[in-house]
Design a protein. Structure first.
Length: 104
């Protein structure tokens, strides 16, 4: 159940990034300020790190937008990482299921 919830949440984050990117300015191409450079570094770590960075900046009244630091290439790499992690988790779960069916 939690794997499905995680997949749905990840899909929603990516969908929101794509939707907002229609009017967003990709700032990692030039990254003129320290805020932009830091946001791009957070985006390199993944969507959760970028989300936390954006929330932290917004809490101290430095208003930045998540979508400004996500382009199609970055979103695709996040999606590939998410699929890889999901397949690894599924493989571990399958292994555990087989191990738990052993007769004693």
């Amino acid at each position: 159940m939690t794997a499905t919830t995680t997949r749905i949440a990840s899909a929603l984050v990516l969908a929101a990034a794509f939707t907002a990117s229609a009017q967003a300015e990709y700032r990692c191409a030039t990254a003129p300020s320290w805020i932009d450079r830091s946001a791009c570094q957070a985006a390199d770590q993944g969507p959760d790190a970028l989300r936390r960075f954006v929330q932290n900046m917004n809490s101290i009244r430095i208003n930045i937008q998540f979508a400004d630091y996500v382009d199609e290439q970055r979103a695709n790499s996040w999606d590939a990482q998410r699929r890889k992690m999901a397949s690894q988790k599924d493989a571990v779960e399958d292994t555990q299921k087989v191990a738990s069916n052993a007769q004693r």
